[in-house]
Write a protein that binds this ligand. Structure first.
Ligand SMILES: Cc1ncc(COP(=O)(O)O)c(C=O)c1O
Length: 385
């Protein structure tokens, strides 16, 4: 009804197909929800306690736009300790979620009529942000060779045109679990430098990895001046999805710009949330290790089960906590996800939600107890046989 009086790029937005399956069944006790990307446990108690203490002290006030110095320093320390980098807090901006980090990064970089090049299938929010800001998104498909995803970098670079402002890279990727190697990251960075374009790197799954402490990161390859914006989040590794806390790593010299944008978007993040973030970074490593062991057990269970189902083809995810699998014969993944919900009481995300490239696929978030996943798989088996 209001379509013609809206900003055209907003009028074109489509509702999420994941929500289309989940709406109406969310919170139903008989449904096993594996549709969204979040751990099945609440945030660890030591993090919640830290937030409670801040609220009890009465710190409910506005905070600095770039984030509280204590958190910005803790983030810089965390990154430097993990990656061996030397990033200082002038290059860190606290955001009210990874999602907000993506929006702010886009607001800095993108103008009407620009093109942004990214890889697909993709979490739909990544291109949507760019579209809202008026950019056209060029989609380069991952290629599947021997049930393994790769990104053909020549194809990625070939999609860059004279209007391209940025490459948008999400590694490790939602939904595929694919990730770049260090060498590929270096090639991408060198290309962006030579071409004078931005790189927006979504690394929110950098700790959701099973064979090493962190996934290859652009953070240990960039200089202070590179036009690279790295988006990160507390949601996944620290099981803090509902808190809405993330951060951006930005080039030196852009802090004031981001402070202004934070001011005009939300001003700041609640102090209790930020100081809980400090505790998460400083004391959260055992929780991350435990979570990875748990998710790995669920992943192994899933792959063993899928191996017995000839209709199912699931490239082994290298990182993140999703299985993105094809089911032979399925041509309408939305209808199939709805059928799974109706007949098996298991909630999955339809592959088409991640772009036309994902049709025929389903995404399952396996960041749950192995026993629960086993029940879900038992219920799904008749539909997948
Ligand atoms: C690839 C990717 N980036 C960013 C986010 C945003 O996370 P949040 O806004 O919860 O920090 C998500 C969440 O699902 C994601 O999958």
């Amino acid at each position: 009804m209001f379509q013609h009086v809206m900003r055209p790029s907003v009028a074109q937005l489509q509702p999420s197909l994941i929500r289309q399956v989940a709406n109406g069944a969310m919170g139903r006790e008989d449904v096993i929800p594996l549709w969204f990307g979040e751990p099945d446990v609440p945030t660890p108690a030591f993090i919640r306690e830290a937030a409670k203490a801040v609220l009890d002290e009465g710190n409910t006030f506005y905070q600095p736009n770039a984030g509280m110095p204590a958190l910005r320093q803790a983030i810089a320390d965390y990154m430097n300790g993990l990656y061996g980098t030397r990033i200082d807090m002038d290059r860190i901006v606290v955001t009210g979620s990874g999602m907000m980090g993506l929006m702010l990064a886009g607001q800095v970089v993108v103008a009407d009529g620009d093109t942004i090049v990214t890889h697909v299938p993709t979490w739909p929010n990544l291109p949507s942000v760019q579209q809202i800001l008026g950019a056209q998104v060029k989609r380069v498909p991952l290629t599947l060779v021997d049930e393994r995803y790769t990104l053909d970098l020549d194809r990625l670079f070939d999609a860059v045109d004279s209007r391209t402002r940025a490459l948008l890279i999400n590694s490790p990727s939602n939904p595929t679990g694919w990730m770049l190697t260090d060498a590929e990251q270096q090639t991408i960075l060198d290309y962006c430098r030579a071409r004078g374009i931005w790189l927006i790197a979504d690394e929110v799954y950098s700790r959701i990895i099973y064979d090493r402490p962190y996934a290859p990161t652009f953070a240990d390859k960039i200089t202070d001046e590179d036009r690279v914006l790295i988006v990160n989040s507390f949601s996944k590794a620290w099981a803090m999805t509902g808190w809405r806390l993330g951060w951006l790593t930005i080039p030196r010299g852009l802090l004031t710009t981001f402070e202004m944008l934070m001011e005009y978007n939300s001003a700041c993040v609640l102090a209790a949330t930020q100081l809980a973030g400090v505790v998460a970074l400083r004391e959260g490593e055992p929780f991350i290790r435990q979570s990875m062991a748990r998710y790995k057990a669920s992943l192994d269970l899933l792959l063993t089960c899928f191996a017995d189902l000839p209709r199912v083809m699931c490239p082994v995810p290298q990182a993140a906590f999703y299985a993105f699998f094809n089911v032979a014969g399925v041509t309408d993944s939305l209808a199939f996800a709805q059928q799974m919900l109706a007949e098996a009481n298991v909630g999955l995300a339809p592959g088409r939600a991640f772009g036309p490239e994902g049709e025929g696929y389903l995404r399952l978030c396996y960041a749950v107890e192995p026993a629960l996943l086993e029940t879900a798989l038992d219920r799904l088996e008749p539909l997948l046989k």
